[in-house]
Ligand binder design. Structure first.
Ligand SMILES: [Ca+2]
Length: 161
């Protein structure tokens, strides 16, 4: 019994240590940091751009929707300071309503530099990686969506690793 209880305690500690290590290793979603702001080329009804950076990817009310337009449909995340980015995760509404073609850009002085041209994107969660770059803002310009011309985006996560 004594052996068992020691074993049990050791096992519990090992689980706690593993969980703590995993929590530390999990990359931080920079979109959720204090002071980060989102803006969009257009907003449909109550679905404002800030809803794409609120950490909620489940509630239908917590989405950014662009106007239904063939003009520019873009969302910009302003970090308010310099950050390093190498990955963006787009969580769209449903697998049938996703961004197919879109350009990912970062602020480069007064202009924008394209870091990735996504073509033929599929699935409601799309993880896009690119060469690490230092910037203060990330802009995504949607060229083609899979359903109609609305962009319906639950969350736009950004990562340094
Ligand atoms: Ca959301």
């Amino acid at each position: 019994m004594k052996f068992m209880s020691k074993f049990t305690i050791t096992a519990i500690f090992s689980i706690i240590i593993t969980a703590a290590a995993q929590a530390t290793d999990k990359p931080e979603n920079l979109s959720l940091a204090a002071g980060v702001k989102a803006s969009a080329s257009s907003v449909y009804m109550k679905y404002t751009a800030d809803k794409a950076i609120d950490g909620n990817a489940k509630n239908m009310d917590s989405r950014w929707l662009s106007e239904k337009t063939e003009g520019e449909r873009s969302i910009t995340i302003d970090f308010g300071k310099e950050v390093e980015l190498c990955k963006a995760v787009y969580i769209f509404w449903t697998p049938k309503c996703v961004g197919v073609d879109y350009d990912i850009m970062v602020k480069d002085g007064e202009s924008w530099k394209t870091v990735k041209e996504v073509r033929g994107g599929e699935g409601n969660e799309q993880t896009i990686t690119f060469t690490p770059v230092k910037t203060t803002a990330l802009k995504t310009v949607f060229l083609k969506t899979s359903s109609d011309n609305h962009v319906r985006l639950y969350e736009l996560e950004t990562y340094a690793k």
